[in-house]
Design a protein around this ligand. Structure first.
Ligand code: SF4
Length: 329
C-alpha cells in the first residue's frame, strides 16, 4: 500500500499570551490539542469547525509556518515536525498555502506578475525568460489573461486576486496545498467559480488539498473526506458522504443541521435545525472531560470527567464521543 502524503500524529500547538517578561499574567492558549490524521495522495480533506476552533492553526502548523508544541509530522514519509527552517527549505516548494484574504497576502506595491514569479525566483533555477513563460502559463491555468500580468493587485476583483494567490501557490508544482478559508471572503457566485477552478487544477496537476472552512456546505462540495474540529481537537472524521448522511458526533450533527437542504418540492422533507446552547468555550481554559459537554444536548455525567478518544466508528470513520448519535455502519 502507498504511504500517505501526510501523517499527523498527536500534533499540539499552544501559544503563550501576556507579558513576555514575567510569568505572572502569562496564559496558555491550547489552540490545537493532540490531533492525528492522514491525508492520501490526490484527495481533499475538508477541515471544518466554528471560527476559533484551531483549524487555521492546524493548517499553518502542517506547512510549518508555526513550530509545533508537540507531536509528529510526516510529509511523504519524512519527519518534518522538528526540522529547522533551513532544513525545511528543500521541501517548501512541495507544501503551499492559500490564504483567506487575497488582498492581505499580495503586496499592493508590486505587479501581480512579479508576485507570481517570486516563488520561482526564490526556489527554482529558472532563467528570467523561463520564469516569464511559466508566469504566463500559470495565468492561463487559473483563468487570468496575459495582459493582466503587468497590473497591480488593486486593479483586480476579490475573485481575481484569489486566482493570483492560487497561481502563486501552484507555481512550484506542489504536492500539498493547504487552502485556509479560500472562498469565505468572496460572493457566493464567485465562490462557485473558485471551487470549480480548484477542482480543475486538482485533476490536471494531481494536487492534494486540505480545505479549511467554517461553512460545511462549501466543504462537502469539495471534499472526499471531512474532519470536524471543536476546540482544538478532531471530534469526528470520515468519508464526506457517509459523515454528511449520518453524523455520529452531536457537534457534527448540529453543524450539518444548519446546512440548507435543496429541494424543489414545497412539501419536501426539512432537516430539523439543532441549536447549540452557549458559545465555544475559551481555549485558555478548556472544559474538563469532553470539551463539548457544556453545549452537548445529550451529555451525561461521564462526559464531564472522562475525555473521549477518537475511536473507529464504521468503515473509514472515527468519532470522539462516549454516546455517538448513530450506530457504526
Ligand atoms: Fe456529548 Fe458526551 Fe459525546 Fe461529548 S462525549 S459529545 S458530551 S455525548
Amino acid at each position: 500500500m502507498n504511504k500517505p502524503l501526510l501523517e499527523v500524529r498527536g500534533l499540539s500547538k499552544r501559544f503563550a499570551i501576556g507579558s513576555r517578561f514575567s510569568s505572572e499574567g502569562r496564559r496558555i492558549v491550547h489552540a490545537v490539542d493532540n490531533v492525528s490524521l492522514t491525508v492520501e495522495h490526490g484527495e481533499t480533506l475538508g477541515l471544518v469547525g466554528e471560527s476559533g476552533c484551531g483549524k487555521s492553526t492546524l493548517g499553518r502548523s502542517i506547512v510549518r509556518l508555526y513550530d509545533l508544541t508537540g507531536g509528529q509530522l510526516l510529509f511523504d514519509g519524512q519527519d518534518i515536525g522538528t526540522r529547522s527552517l533551513k532544513a525545511l527549505r528543500p521541501l517548501r516548494p512541495r507544501m503551499q498555502m492559500v490564504f483567506q484574504d487575497p488582498s492581505a497576502s499580495l503586496n499592493p506595491r508590486r505587479r501581480v506578475g512579479d508576485l507570481v514569479a517570486e516563488p520561482l525566483r526564490l526556489h527554482s533555477r529558472m532563467s528570467r525568460a523561463e520564469i516569464r513563460t511559466r508566469v504566463a502559463e500559470l495565468f492561463k491555468l487559473v483563468g487570468l489573461l496575459p495582459d493582466q500580468i503587468e497590473r497591480y493587485p488593486h486593479e483586480f476583483s476579490g475573485g481575481q486576486r484569489q486566482r493570483v494567490g492560487i497561481a502563486r501557490a501552484i507555481a512550484l508544482n506542489p504536492d500539498l496545498v493547504v487552502l485556509d478559508e479560500p472562498v469565505s471572503a468572496l460572493d457566493v457566485s464567485v465562490q462557485a467559480q473558485i471551487v470549480n477552478l480548484l477542482a480543475d487544477l486538482q485533476e490536471k496537476l494531481g494536487l492534494t488539498y486540505i480545505f479549511i472552512a467554517h461553512d460545511l456546505s462549501v466543504v462537502r462540495q469539495v471534499s472526499s473526506r471531512i474532519a470536524v474540529m471543536y476546540l482544538g481537537s478532531i471530534v469526528e472524521e470520515g468519508p464526506a458522504e457517509a459523515l454528511m448522511a449520518a453524523p455520529a458526533h452531536p457537534y457534527s450533527q448540529a453543524l450539518i443541521s444548519a446546512v440548507p437542504v435543496v429541494t424543489t418540492d414545497a412539501g419536501g422533507a426539512r432537516r430539523q435545525r439543532i441549536l447549540l446552547a452557549g458559545d465555544v468555550p475559551s481555549p485558555l481554559a478548556p472544559p474538563s472531560g469532553c470539551r463539548f459537554h457544556p453545549r452537548c444536548p445529550v451529555a451525561q455525567d461521564r462526559c464531564r470527567t472522562d475525555r473521549p478518544e477518537l475511536r473507529p466508528h464504521g468503515p473509514g470513520r472515527r468519532v470522539a464521543c462516549h454516546f455517538p448519535v448513530t450506530e457504526p455502519g
